[in-house]
Design a protein around this ligand. Structure first.
Ligand code: AMP
Length: 184
């Protein structure tokens, strides 16, 4: 049983590592970015509201994202564990998640922070070439990360839940380090 939260700047390799770990632990990979992109592609009400913020590299407003995560975590496949990727993204979301996990009696095991220097991140994101990976949008997403998401590192560190990993290493090395942590 594993319940993991992945933190880290855009381009840190969160998505890749979160998918690997979800396969290893045989629990669902829950990415709010993937769920939102699918909503945009299917032109749902949520997608129509979220698209503007995503294209600008801003966070989608909490009221849209909180409902989404509450619903996703209540689905039966999530009862045996999960890997959260891209949520929480700010302190109010982390507080909400804390309350939710307590209410459904599913405490999180680890919060993993993938540490990667800025130059590496920008180079990686420019190479990735997703629709929201233009240079201006990347800069904005990094700024949003620093202002709103990075404070979560201290939030979880102060609760002794944080594990930091050097994300500027080959993908397989990062995965091996993660495997050791979850089996410790
Ligand atoms: P990601 O795939 O995690 O990089 O997310 C892509 C975009 O989706 C972000 O730039 C945000 O616009 C939006 N997004 C994803 N997760 C969240 C979240 N937890 N809160 C608000 N916006 C989010």
């Amino acid at each position: 049983m594993s319940r993991l939260i992945f933190l880290g700047p855009p381009g840190a390799g969160k998505g890749t590592q979160a998918v690997s770990l979800s396969k290893i632990c045989q629990v669902p990979h829950i990415s709010t970015g993937d769920i939102l992109r699918s909503a945009v592609a299917h032109k749902t009400e949520l997608g129509k509201k979220a698209e503007f913020y995503m294209n600008a590299g801003e966070l989608v407003p909490d009221d849209l994202v909180l409902d989404l995560i509450r619903e996703r975590l209540s689905q039966t496949d999530a009862s045996g564990g999960w890997v959260l990727d891209g949520f929480p993204r700010n302190v109010p979301q982390a507080v909400f998640l804390d309350d939710l996990l307590e209410a459904i009696q599913q405490p999180c095991d680890f919060v993993v922070n993938l540490d990667v220097p800025d130059e590496v991140i920008i180079a990686r994101l420019l190479k990735r070439g997703r629709q929201d990976d233009t240079e201006d949008v990347i800069r904005n997403r990094l700024q949003v990360y620093r202002e709103q998401t990075a404070p979560l590192i201290d939030f979880y560190r102060s609760r002794q839940q944080l594990v930091s990993i050097d994300g500027n290493q080959p993908m397989e090395v990062v995965t091996e380090e993660l495997k050791k942590i979850i089996s410790s």
